[in-house]
Design a protein around this ligand. Sequence first.
Ligand code: HEM
Length: 433
Amino acid sequence: MLRGMAAIREDPLAFLATQWRTHGDVVQFPIPSPPTYLISHPDDVRQVLVGRARTTSKDTLQYRALSRVTGLGLLTADGQHWREHRRIVQPAFHPSTLGGVAAHTADAAQRLVDDLLRQPDRAVVDMDAAVMSLALEVVGESLFGHALGPVADRLAEATLTALGEVVAVARMPLRAPRWIPTPGNRRMAHALAELDAAVTAILSARAACGPRTPPDLVDLLLAGGLSHQAVRDEIVTFLVAGHETVASALTWALVLLGAHPSVADRVAAEAMDVLGPDPRTRPAADLGALAKLTLARAVVDEAMRLHPPAWLITRRTDSDLVLGARPVPAGSLLIISPWIVHRHPCAWPDPERFDPDRFLDPGTAAAVRTAFLPFGAGPRMCIGRDFAYAEAVLALAMVCRAVRLAPSGPPPRALPLVTIRPDRPALMRLTRR
Ligand code: HEM
């Protein structure tokens, strides 16, 4: 294990994948406390996340580190606190809100497409930076009724910096206390001040214009009888959880399409067919149209299978379990990596191959049900799943309808931070369709 520490710090994802390939579906790490297991068989994973959800918690190093940024928000809370807050915010994710998400995505994606079409042919653009801004705009408009566009760059940077520090804490838990002004603590304080300023701006704007009809996330939080700190924690949670994840999915989808231009051509043809042939015209983008973008959806799914933005899910079990015929005692830390589950040979043939058509094949339905968890599973499953699909599928279709994107330079490699990020800017050379 001591020898493994360097490998963990260097590339935790590669380390976990190697342990799985070497030792199998239940790996116990030689750590004295807490007993720590990597759980990779889809059946065991479902037992932890679904069957035993009531007796597992998020009291883990990973979520404690994340709560330095999000506080006690929906992503990190447990028990009664989590249940109450989930009930308060749930109406903001009712299916009837998805039309609004699609409309805001169409606006933001049209601005991005217009920008791309203004570039000279063969210009090189950083598509990761572009989709980070897009995702922030969509979250801002859809959940907070607030234009985050003008501060998108600063907020995106603050988010990445804060999450970078979260990763540093998770990988090296013994660190100087927060009040000592180390460079890391100063970076974190600066990033948190930026996020808090965004919360203040969102709340002051709402105080000035009053609640919306129907109420959006901010109204629900303000009407929910929560403390100021609790409202702040939820807004930061949704800001962070709601944009970097979608941006990661979109970036990898675009990178993979860059390497598979014939699939990109098919996505473009589908988009022209469903959304209309002229990429300069903002599509109506209602939910009916979204449902017809089946190939774009399959590309998003296949991109998340190969590069699940949330590559690490952890739980503490409060009851004894049997996983893969092995006893796992109460108090253990359970590590689940969707990256590994999405490559499990019991569910996914030829797992390393990029093949979006597998998601269009009815024969894959069982694997999707049991061994596909980009959004987690069970009661703690992502509340923003349908939001994310609406946004990612429509934005991908609109970009592909307008331009061909080819890789410029070597393709980025997966960097497992809080989400799976590209290890360098996702530079792509564009030509108009
Ligand atoms: C492709 C995009 C996304 C991915 C891959 C993703 C992934 C996930 C995963 C895996 C979880 C469960 C974590 C666990 O069980 O430990 C989760 C939870 C959550 N996600 Fe997402 N997410 C995405 C988009 C979004 C969006 C758009 C929002 C908000 C608008 C959001 C908000 C949340 C929240 C609040 C939770 C905690 C839910 C709870 O425990 O009740 N996510 N997400």
